[in-house]
Design a protein. Sequence first.
Length: 100
Amino acid sequence: MICCRYKPAGAFLQGPLSPYIGNLTELLHIYLFTNKFNGALPPELGKLSELQRMLLKDNEFTGTIPQEVGQMTKLRDIYLNNNFLEGMLDENQHKVNICQ
């Protein structure tokens, strides 16, 4: 099990989320909330076939939610609130909880 979590008090990660995140195919959870990430969500997120939870809330992401995110069959919880994203995901497609 690989889990990426980073949230130290007072230190914010910033910049775009690298498309190389798609190479972490065994990743189960992403906890990158309350930072200053910006730019578009990379479509390579769709390569994270084992991902179950994705918490990217409270950042500065912009653009459209990549359709590849909706194709992640093991994804159960996704938090994208408090960003500047457009688009929708179908909650019923894979029983994903889209948290506001």
